[in-house]
Design a binder for this molecule. Structure first.
Ligand code: NAD
Length: 265
């Protein structure tokens, strides 16, 4: 292994696939991977937003393309990965990042058990858990065949503890993602395909109709962290690069929390 800093963290010649990269953390992750030298396939349900992310990267001389993709649609990730393999002949890095909010949590009456709607539950699980499983399923075989790969699922600190600020469906889906990845890590690590979890705390993005931009809501989320604040989206970059690069060569089934201490109380 090349253990220079460039060797550990550089992604030159690698092909990366990032879901939900038209906004927020996914956009930062795409920028980070492209900045380290990867070609990035910027996928999002909102195809126009994916185009904006990819355009922004190309304007900076980086390598990216946009893809409209609904991760919750059965087989859509397989088709997307098939297209990537056809165009580029390889896939080295995949971030299962796409996710949606499930509305308020049990800290308020609209988020309590009695208010759970079956329809809302299903839509959150479809994207936040099934969508991650679909992404993992699509990338696993090609990465195994290559004998090398990095898979990162974006879960949440809310998947590791009780959180009055997020919905039951969201917390359950994120906990599910963590064990889904542990299960996949055991299958894939012998093939040098390392699957890990990135678990953010509160970040100022558009999730949940941008509710973190409301100072009152942000203050409640800030209190859940040891740092006493919410994070800027670019604070995810370092951890994302670690899990995407050769620097994480002996990490499998890990949960890397980037949460200002929220999961460590
Ligand atoms: N922002 C936070 O505080 C926070 C905290 C913990 C975890 N997360 C997780 O981080 C990930 C990114 O969230 P974000 O905060 O950047 O939110 P965001 O809303 O800014 O970005 C999410 C992106 O995912 C896309 N998306 C939604 N459904 C999709 C689907 N079915 N298929 C493909 N793309 C889809 C959206 O169009 C959007 O561009 C999510 O998994 C989220 O649960 C966020």
């Amino acid at each position: 292994m090349d253990d220079t800093i460039t060797g550990l963290f550089g992604l030159s010649g690698r092909v990366a696939f990032v879901t939900g990269a038209g906004s927020g953390l996914g956009r930062v992750i795409a920028e980070t991977l492209a900045g380290a030298g990867a070609h990035v396939v910027v996928a999002d349900l909102d195809g126009a937003a994916a185009e904006v992310s990819a355009d922004g990267l190309r304007q900076r001389g980086l390598s990216a393309e946009a893809l409209a993709l609904d991760v919750s649609e059965t087989g859509a990730c397989d088709d997307a990965v098939g297209g990537i393999l056809k165009a580029h002949g390889r896939l080295d890095i995949a971030f299962a990042n796409a996710g949606i909010s499930g509305g308020p949590g049990p800290g308020v009456s609209e988020g309590m058990l009695a208010a759970i709607s079956r329809e809302r539950w299903a839509s959150v699980l479809d994207v936040n858990l099934t969508g991650v499983a679909e992404t993992l399923r699509a990338v696993a075989e090609p990465m195994k065949a290559q004998g090398r790969g990095r898979i990162v699922a974006v879960a949440s600190a809310s998947g590791m503890r009780s959180d009055p600020m997020v919905s039951y469906a969201y917390a359950a889906a994120k906990a599910g993602v963590i064990n889904l990845v542990r299960q996949a890590a055991a299958e894939l690590a012998p093939h040098n395909v390392m699957a890990n979890v990135l678990a953010p705390g509160p970040f100022l993005t558009s999730i949940g109709k941008g509710r973190l931009h409301d100072p009152t809501v942000a203050a409640c989320f800030a209190e859940t962290t040891m740092a006493g604040r919410v994070a800027a989206p670019n604070e995810i970059a370092g951890a994302a690069l670690l899990l995407a690069s050769d620097a994480s060569s002996f990490m499998a089934g890990s949960i890397l929390a980037v949460d200002g201490g929220a999961s460590a109380w």
